[in-house]
Write a protein that binds this ligand. Sequence first.
Ligand code: ADP
Ligand code: MG
Length: 696
Amino acid sequence: MRPDSLNPLFRPLSALKGVGKAVAPLVEKLVGGDKVVDLLWHLPSGRVDRRFSPPIDDAPDGVLVTLTVTVETHQEPAPRSPAPYRVICRDDTGFVTLVFFRARSKYIQDMLPVGEIRVVSGKMERYGGTPQIVHPTHMVPLAEEETVRRVEPIYPMTQGVAGKVLLRLIGQALAAVPEVPEWQDASLLEREGWPAFNAALTAVHAPLEAEDLAPENPNRRRLAYDELLSSQLALLLVRRAARSVKGRPIKGTGVLRGKVLSALPFALTGAQKRSVAEIDGDMAGDARMLRLLQGDVGSGKTVVALLAALNAVEAGAQAAIMAPTEILARQHLETLTPLCAAAGVRLGLLTGRDKGKARTAILAALVAGDIDILVGTHALFQEDVTFHDLAVAVVDEQHRFGVHQRLALSAKGRAVDVLVMTATPIPRTLTLTHYGDMDVSRLDEKPPGREPADTRALPIERLEEVIAGIQRAISTGSKVYWVCPLVEESETGDMAAAEERHLLLTEMLGPRVGLVHGRMKGAEKDAVMAAFSGDGLDVLVATTVIEVGVNVPSARVMVIEHAERFGLAQLHQLRGRIGRGGGKSTCLLLYASPLGETARARLETMRRTDDGFEIAEEDLRLRGAGEVLGTRQSGMPNFRLCPDPLAVQDLIEIARKDAEVIVARDPELSSPRGEALKLLLYLFERDAAVRTLRSG
Ligand code: ADP
Ligand code: MG
């Protein structure tokens, strides 16, 4: 249970003073949460410094100043005159005019009595040589000057929430923070020069200098590290708990694998062998497997998945292989069918498109154990899908699946081993922060004989030349992908662009040009894809629906239109679709000028390298983590205090090691530091991790 001392922070944010019904949802959206604690993590993005108090004569133009002045005269405009209300003030060096548009005279007269001294703050401007301040933000008697002459944080704002309101709410949230014991290692604090949590939090919300806002600021880094450690510790605790669920040792006989391997027209790469051995080791152990297989497009993950599945089948159990899309599931089935036939292994397919009798028949065969390996899409999670004895689940292209779905699947059998495969090579730091609960295998070696695609960037003005080149490629038997970009704001816009391109290419190249896009029905899509991978079509115009996984060996040319709009990872994935059948392949990146700096760097990276891991690191550098992982689709953990993992890359590694040491030495978090760490876990809402502890 969460300690009482933290409870005030976990009240709904609407319980604070000054949040009306209308404002609460706006604030919640702004700070990304509906609890008081969420306000704490909403850090200032700037500051207003009102400490500069020059004499009037020395006050520079356009600068925020706080002046101490004597009120001299009021110039009230005539009724209904558009002129502003002016108040002339002075100090020893000169005069300043305070200007108010559409102001209530009474209010101004009360605030600025003639002959009195006032401390006023605002932006100094010279209007026709006369110093003036329009709508000063502060006008207080000398006795209250403390309330003015200081620095105030500026927070990221949203429409409908006044800055002052937000400031007051965050003030209340800060006041609700209890004094906490130190959960960080003393030597780390000393080495990094970090203050205690309470001090750091207070300081972060009261930036004085511009440096205080930088990610390198020690207060900010301390808090970022707190969050990172909570995340790494939580991942390790969850991982340990998941593994302590007794799995079942699965040890295949090797008979089916032997048959499949001899039916393969190639030998496994070293990386494939190593990954299979790692998987076998996991499956043979009695803890359950939770392994991530990272491998670039074309690195040969499918075979590894099949071998993992066969291991289970040989042991008399079942396997599931899940793909993120219908097309991919069917493609897997197609690839696996001849191999499984060679070994007498029974394959089944279940997708959202199977309905009625066909579906009932599949489900019946599945529960009876008449299907050994079930290939499918999300449909595999549906509640009425029951396996006879599911031992291993392979989830392909993980970033399209949420963590919840991963869990839902593993709930379908007794301690199901889970192998997650991703074609997005992930930078090491992100692997740690997002898949820290998994073991990792990397397919970092491509099957032999594959030449990297010749990649060129061309301005869209050279479209006709490109089409002529395509004509030549087709005449030598190549197939061509033509990718049109996704315009997020308007799906219909995409369709229109793709349809228009399809029309043009049909005019210039003849009827063997197909079109596939996201709005098409499944069966329609399949028909077009089939025609393209068979011999009905030479060119396939597509929106990014082809991004994931489709395999057409004779496709040797890819044109990507508006390549500047794609992310690096996406470009890399797309390019991986060509040249899969060996031989030379070409990738043309068509861009619209002028190219921005980031876009130029991306295209240059694409030209330079074919190494997915290198591209991933570069992508991270250019874009930031959320986009690399497609955070939004997958509901990945989102860091509040370190939105930019590059700035804290070093800390991620330290946090991982730190967490490993903690779990090794004090696995139940029962030492004094352990108790403090529990508080940390609660503070960052890693309650599930605390619950894995005996004392949790
Ligand atoms: P991924 O799913 O990782 O993108 P695939 O499993 O679809 O890659 O494999 C890509 C292609 O490489 C397929 O045609 C597959 O048959 C072939 N392949 C896989 N492993 C090897 C290997 N060791 N040697 C040669 N070709 C291979
Ligand atoms: Mg694949």
